[in-house]
Design a protein around this ligand. Structure first.
Ligand SMILES: NC(=O)C1=CN([C@@H]2O[C@H](COP(=O)(O)OP(=O)(O)OC[C@H]3O[C@@H](n4cnc5c(N)ncnc54)[C@H](O)[C@@H]3O)[C@@H](O)[C@H]2O)[C@@H](O)CC1
Ligand SMILES: Nc1ncnc2c1ncn2[C@@H]1O[C@H](COP(=O)(O)OP(=O)(O)O)[C@@H](O)[C@H]1O
Ligand SMILES: [K+]
Length: 501
């Protein structure tokens, strides 16, 4: 897992690396700038391109000065540097890099408080005004400069973070923030890059390694982590000889109404594809023909009108409940029945979440370590409205602990929050997956993983990763705009096979 540090911890880890590698702070800046330039050259190989580098007078500005010098060394010959002298303060590494830059032929100009802004005729701007040292929303000269740069419609590549963008914590409404086409960020994506609020400001980002001490970072036991492919490869268990369908569990999917049978079909079929040894769907009688025709591998427990079905609880190694279930009286009775009789962790999705919102008393019987899979609206219905995603995560941490459940908050970067307060960011999935029914497939996958004896934590992390990765494999190679949930479900075995190879 890649630990995601918040700004003060980034400073701490930088300082530790400087003291213990040991490396001089100016040399760490040199290393960071070199890593930036490596990526930059890949993206912008045209050395005749005119580039303006805007620098503040802190360490982000210091990076900008070093980057300008290095690009010059790489024969980018149309570079100029503009230093925003909005404060008397400057860092020692900024000063050293300014002296180094003065020894080159690069033109350096200054922007002063209250002055007008220089004419900008370069199509490409490198933003090294402010980085993770941002401590309040931009105002005054910085805000005016950022608004001005935003109005120019240039290509903007930000160093570490776009100026004015908070790396973590709440992003104030209406803050002046530079809109970057690309952010080349140091060591790790900043947490706010992974939240929807970054959408208007960051088109894409790349994290480059600058050699921050990894042992130190791991020793901090940080709550925020990004899931990496190597974690998934370690977690996934291959099937072994002499195993049989009983080895891989029996999953029950409680889902569907006559009008929303599709949700039950998607969820139960995803469960089969994700490797559940046996799958049974508890569905309304009117859906039985559809179920048998759609996937004969799935067995059925039929719900007759307003009558609770008989369920042999001990048969099932996992239960997923909610997709397309509806909110009528029978649904309430059914969810109560499941919560009362089944004591192992459940996967609770869609209408089952809505029922938890309406009938708060149901919370008392949610089995410990169950997995709730809300999207943003379901989350807010459950736990109250939130003005931003940072707040939503903090509420998630609190509620996961309070109810002893896992909360999988669906998003572009799906967030898994454990009762112990860990927050895992999933890095797979793409916008082609924004299609109704995609969440039903996820529920089926996670339920199947529980049935196969993955822990609830592993089932959440693996489930979100596999679901997104299957979607990525289908959509990304040909830049396909829309993929169907049923395609994602059917792709899961191949995705798993690749990860096990
Ligand atoms: N040794 C290190 O610590 C390293 C730092 N690096 C760079 O250093 C950056 C952080 O540098 P700094 O901590 O010097 O901070 P910044 O360069 O981000 O900001 C400079 C100063 O601006 C002031 N400031 C903050 N918010 C402001 C606002 N709203 N309006 C006006 N002024 C404001 C603060 O006093 C801050 O210290 C990183 O983003 C990264 O680019 C890299 O060189 C890697 C190594
Ligand atoms: N823009 C997107 N980028 C990445 N993943 C997405 C995007 N839109 C949707 N998804 C994924 O698709 C799923 C949608 O779930 P959900 O909203 O519950 O769908 P439904 O209720 O229709 O089944 C989630 O797993 C989510 O992560
Ligand atoms: K910046």
């Amino acid at each position: 897992m890649l630990p995601l540090l918040i700004a003060p911890q980034i400073r701490e880890a930088d300082a530790y690396t400087i003291a213990h590698e040991p490396i001089a702070s100016i040399d760490l800046m040199e290393r960071a700038s070199k890593a930036f330039v490596g990526w930059f050259i890949n993206h912008f190989p045209d050395k005749d391109q005119a580039i303006s580098v805007y620098c503040g007078t802190g360490n982000n500005g210091g990076d900008g000065l070093a980057i300008a010098r290095m690009l010059d060394d790489h024969q980018y010959k149309k570079i100029n540097v503009k230093v925003a002298r909005f404060s008397d303060k400057s860092t020692p590494d900024f000063n050293t890099n300014l002296e180094r830059l003065k020894k080159t032929s690069i033109s350096i100009s200054e922007i002063h408080p209250g002055s007008g802004f220089p004419i900008e005729d370069c199509p490409l701007i490198i933003d090294a005004l402010l980085g993770t040292g941002l401590n309040k929303p931009l105002e005054g000269d910085y805000k005016r400069l950022v608004d001005h740069l935003n109005s120019l419609d240039k290509t903007i590549v930000a160093v570490d973070v776009p100026t004015g963008f908070f790396a973590d914590g709440e992003i104030p409404h209406g803050a002046g923030i530079l809109k970057a086409d690309l952010v080349i960020t140091f060591q790790q994506p900043k947490i706010n890059f992974l939240l929807p609020e970054s959408g208007p400001y960051i088109k894409c980002w790349e994290a480059v390694n600058i050699g921050i001490d990894e042992h130190f970072v791991q020793s901090l036991h940080l709550p925020y982590l990004a899931v990496e492919e190597k974690d998934i490869r370690k977690m996934l268990k291959p099937r072994h000889r002499f195993s049989n369908k009983g080895t891989y569990g029996h999953t029950l999917i409680v889902a569907g109404q006559p009008e929303t049978m599709g949700a039950a079909l998607l969820s139960a079929s995803a469960c089969v594809y994700a490797g559940s040894g046996l799958t049974t769907a508890c569905i309304p009688q009117s859906g039985l023909t559809a179920l048998n025709a759609y996937m004969p591998e799935i067995m059925a427990i039929v719900r007759h009108d307003m009558q609770l079905p008989t369920i042999e609880w001990a048969k099932f190694s996992a239960i997923g409940i909610g997709p397309g279930l509806g909110k009528d009286e029978l649904a309430v009775e059914l969810i109560t029945d499941v919560f009362t009789n089944y004591k192992k962790p459940l996967v609770i999705d869609a209408d089952a979440l809505n029922l938890l919102t309406i009938h708060r008393e149901l919370w008392r019987s949610v089995p410990e370590n169950s997995i709730l899979t809300p999207h943003m609206k379901e989350f807010d219905r459950l736990f109250g409205d939130h003005g931003n995603w940072w707040q939503r995560i903090q509420t998630g941490i609190q509620k996961a602990r309070e109810y002893a459940v896992f909360i999988l908050l669906k998003n572009d970067y799906t967030i898994v929050i454990s009762p112990a307060g860990k927050v895992y960011f999933n890095t797979t999935s793409n916008p082609a997956m924004a299609v109704g029914g995609m969440g039903d497939v996820l529920t089926g996958i996670i339920s199947a993983l529980l049935a196969q004896h993955y822990t609830p934590e592993e089932a959440c992390i693996l489930g979100a990763y596999l679901h997104g990765k299957a979607g990525d494999e289908l959509a990304l190679p040909n830049k396909i705009n829309v993929i169907l949930p049923s395609q994602v479900a059917a792709r899961v075995p191949l995705t798993m096979a690749k990860l096990l190879a």
